[in-house]
Design a protein around this ligand. Structure first.
Ligand SMILES: NC(=O)C1=CN([C@@H]2O[C@H](COP(=O)(O)OP(=O)(O)OC[C@H]3O[C@@H](n4cnc5c(N)ncnc54)[C@H](O)[C@@H]3O)[C@@H](O)[C@H]2O)[C@@H](O)CC1
Ligand SMILES: [K+]
Length: 463
């Protein structure tokens, strides 16, 4: 299983379970160190390797890596400021046939392998360890972190001590939360998983699997293929962008409920003005999107109430997230709703619903638990807290997605996929993947309009 994302406690439990089933810690370390060495050997491509070994089993992995690479003919230097503290790490140290230095002798090198601390980091990295990283990281041209960069707290992704940038991070046995959370994620470079044969059951938290999107059924017609209603408000541009994205993301029919004139809208987009309550009273509607360009005045509030009371599947984004409160949710069905806050909107929602958590994952979970909503917390470390429980993480997306209107495009795609499938959690994941592929296809420095145009080609990659 490669999609589990484990907490430190769960990781320790998985390793204990492996040991209970007869696999020793030493065997696990051999698998971890041997698997990591395979990657490093390829990355190093003959260059000299410096391995930093800490006191715990992360350091133990380091000695296994060093011995494996040395036997394969690489020049290996091991630096270990302190003696191993665990029996298994001592055994690994004793199995290393080369010299062990206490400090870094040469101030420059080629490949750095950081095995000072893994998920056992329990406090800030200071003193000789901090100095060693300060010296070694900038002076090596390729930096590889084993399991997690030393100084990263594996459960939260925060740095305990100074941060350093790595080119590669090799996760051992299973992904940890830090592999998908900022700020850690930005400093890890390419991430790869080294399996060590753990038998992992039903993960509460996992990495989103690349989806398969199905073409319409042979007997489909425009209404059964998914009718999306995009509700506009004060500003005309954002809901138009959402509508365009929805049109390309597989919906059979997209209607924009707007009182603006929209001279730039394509002919295929049906624009209706007039009373919103009546317009939404159409049971063929598969999903409603409200929020982009909505505004925050009393009219916006009325439109949001109409959407919440419509009984349809609902995507709430942007301004709708500033207006939403407990009273508005009364009478609505949170199980049919997805909210898509970025960090600022998530903070506002947490204030509204009295959630005191400070980090992104805990806030998303807190909001989900307090409201029953499915929460997509957007950003460079987008994560999904489904109403049913658990957390879903995503592979790293393009940083070019940080452009105005990008969220409007994503919201439109979620609404489209939700109208097609009726499955809020599946639809949201499909849309995040489409968003990321569309950004790759759109090339660098795209506008949100160009991103929306690329959605159709992106969808073809998931059929
Ligand atoms: N337990 C197992 O079965 C396996 C563990 N593996 C490796 O073991 C790692 C976890 O091992 P450990 O639990 O020993 O933890 P670590 O190796 O991450 O570090 C723990 C040691 O460092 C000390 N320490 C923690 N924070 C410190 C700080 N800021 N300054 C100075 N000392 C500090 C602790 O007192 C302890 O001695 C994983 O990340 C992975 O690399 C792998 O070998 C796979 C198998
Ligand atoms: K490490």
């Amino acid at each position: 299983m490669t999609d589990h994302v484990l907490s430190v406690e769960e990781m320790r439990a998985a390793e204990r379970a492996a040991m209970d089933s007869g696999v020793s810690e030493w065997q696990l370390m051999q698998r971890a160190g041997g698997g990591a060495a395979d990657w490093i050997w390829r990355i190093a491509a003959g260059r000299a390797v410096t391995v930093l070994c800490g006191p715990g089993n992360n350091g133990g992995d380091g000695y296994v890596i060093a011995e494996t690479l040395q036997r394969r003919g690489l020049t290996v230097t091991v630096v270990a400021p302190v003696e191993p503290a665990s029996e298994t790490a001592r055994r690994a140290r004793d199995g290393f046939s080369g010299e062990i230095a206490k400090t870094l002798v040469s101030s420059s090198g080629e490949v750095l392998v950081d095995c000072l601390f893994g998920y056992g980091l329990s406090r800030k990295v200071e003193g000789e360890f901090a100095k060693l990283l300060e010296l070694a990281c900038p002076s090596h041209s390729i930096r590889i972190a084993i399991d997690v960069p030393s100084g990263i707290f594996a459960d939260s992704g925060e740095w305990l001590g100074a941060s350093h940038r790595y080119d590669h991070t090799l996760a051992l046995g299973a992904w940890k939360r830090a592999h998908f959370l900022m700020p850690a994620r930005a400093d890890m470079g390419n991430t790869r998983l080294v399996p060590i044969g753990l038998d992992l059951k039903d993960p509460a938290e996992r990495l989103s699997e690349r989806p398969r999107i199905h073409p319409p059924e042979p007997d489909s017609q425009k209404y059964t293929r998914g009718l999306v209603a995009v509700v506009a408000g004060e500003m005309p541009g954002a809901p138009l962008l959402s509508s365009l994205a929805a049109m390309h993301a597989g919906a059979g029919y997209v209607k924009l409920f707007s009182d603006h004139s929209h001279p730039d809208a394509p002919a295929e987009l049906v624009i209706e003005d007039g009373a919103l309550g009546e317009a939404l009273d159409d049971e063929r509607i598969g999903a409603v999107l409200i929020g982009p360009g909505l505004g925050r005045g009393s009219e916006a509030r009325d439109r949001l109430r109409a959407a919440l009371n419509s009984g349809h599947n609902l995507v709430l984004d942007a301004d709708a997230l500033h207006l939403l409160d407990r009273a508005m949710l009364d009478g609505a069905d949170p199980a049919k709703m997805v909210v898509t806050p970025h960090d600022g909107e998530l903070a506002k929602l947490c204030e509204t619903f009295d959630i005191t958590a400070t980090d992104k994952r805990d806030r998303a979970i807190g909001l989900r638990d307090a409201t029953g909503l499915t929460v997509l917390a957007k950003g460079p470390d987008t994560l999904l807290a489904p109403a049913q429980g658990g957390v879903v993480y995503f592979p790293q997306g393009s940083s070019w997605l940080s452009v105005a209107g990008s969220g409007d495009v994503l919201a439109g795609m979620i609404a489209a996929r939700l109208a097609v499938t009726g499955d809020a959690v599946g639809a949201t994941q499909e849309a995040v993947w489409l968003h990321q592929e569309a950004s790759r296809l759109a090339g660098p420095s795209f506008t949100a309009g160009q991103l929306a145009d690329a959605v159709r080609a992106a969808l073809a990659l998931f059929l």
